[in-house]
Design a protein around this ligand. Structure first.
Ligand code: ATP
Length: 330
């Protein structure tokens, strides 16, 4: 069994922090996520770079107390925070994360290990009356947990949110992301980790962004001329872009397969427009309308049922009416 190593990563957010903003005043009756036969778990799926992490955090802040369980097989490991695109402490915004940057990068963390650690993280969240949100791109981990882990199947009921972006739009986003990662210092990060004799089939070294730099780093270590190094670096970056797009395509294929099994509780959220408008205020609006608002409706239904949505909606309408009357009065 793989044991977590102590986290010292500066960029990834803290593990198992004490819950903040715990919604005081919720009594047992109001322990909304856990009042049925099975406890509820939200699962956020999607290809790399679609916005799973952001959705998980936005939802966690909405359904407090909630905590996120990472299901990205490379972000599980300690180190290479830029390369594996780990969420930063700032982005976490106080939402506790589990299984993020905690395992030995040279170990081989398996789907079975994931089931064991994910189950215990989820149990601990539920014990605190929190909502567990699993988020990450490793569909083999989700398949193992949801379809093959009997402990999980017996205790939990899932709602799957699939963040999807049309391939040409996603591919363009992924290529820009590679450029941003390089600007953020990915090469230095990989150089520090580089071992010419390393096995690229084990642990974190399988991550896209590690093997691609091998030839360049060897040339650099052998003091190759500038022209050769420049060419090898450009080749590595080009391969990085292609490999990210290939990974995204493979992930979508796997999600479609899982959707065949889970379609009654799986919802596709189209974030294409958000990506197309990237960098503008319209992108934020599009995210809120097309992804976040839709997810909220789906999750209110999943967590509280129709009746609760209706009573919450009428409470909202009533509140708005009170505000209207106040404004009119003054
Ligand atoms: P597979 O069975 O193909 O491993 P999976 O669903 O279990 O699929 P994915 O998350 O799709 O796993 O990862 C497949 C491969 O993609 C990883 O082995 C790794 O090379 C690369 N990869 C995945 N996530 C990342 C990441 N965050 N950073 C860099 N590379 C990644």
């Amino acid at each position: 069994m793989i044991i977590p190593v102590p986290a010292t990563s500066s960029s990834a957010c803290k593990q198992d922090m004490p819950l903040i903003n715990f919604q005081k005043g919720l009594n047992k009756m109001e322990s909304l996520f856990h009042n049925r036969n099975k406890d509820k778990v939200v699962v956020i799926m999607g290809a790399t770079g679609t916005g799973k992490t952001k959705l998980a955090i936005d939802l966690a802040k909405h359904f407090q107390p909630a905590e996120i369980v990472n299901s990205d097989k490379m972000q599980i490991y300690k180190g290479l925070d830029i390369t594996t695109n780990k969420v930063t402490e700032k982005e976490c915004d106080g939402v506790p994360h589990h299984l993020l940057g905690v395992f030995d990068p040279n170990s081989n963390f398996t789907a079975n290990d994931f089931c064991y650690h994910a189950c215990s993280a989820i149990d601990s969240i539920v014990e605190k009356d929190g909502l567990p949100i699993i988020a990450g791109g490793s569909n083999s981990y989700l398949d193992a947990l949801v379809n093959h882990c009997s402990e999980f199947r017996l205790r939990y009921e899932c709602c799957f949110l699939w963040v999807d972006v049309l391939p040409p739009v996603l591919h363009s986003s992924l290529q820009s992301r590679v450029d941003r990662m390089i600007e953020a210092g990915q090469l230095d990060e990989v150089r520090e980790f580089f071992d010419p004799l390393s096995d690229y089939t084990k642990g974190i070294r399988r991550a896209i962004g590690v093997p691609e730099f091998h030839d360049f780093l060897i040339a650099e270590a052998n003091s190759a001329d500038e022209r050769t190094k420049k060419r090898l670096l450009e080749d590595a970056i080009a391969r990085l872009k292609i490999n990210n797009c290939t990974l995204a395509n493979r992930q979508v294929q796997k999600i479609r397969r899982l959707n065949g099994m889970w379609k009654r509780s799986m919802y596709r959220l189209d974030a294409t427009e958000t990506h197309l408008k990237r960098g503008s205020y319209a992108s934020k609006e599009s995210w809120e309308d097309n992804v976040l608002a839709k997810s909220l409706v789906i999750l209110y239904n999943f967590l509280y049922g129709e009746t609760r949505i209706r009573s919450r909606m009428s409470a909202m309408v009533q509140k708005r009416r009170q505000v209207y009357l106040l404004v009119k009065h003054f």
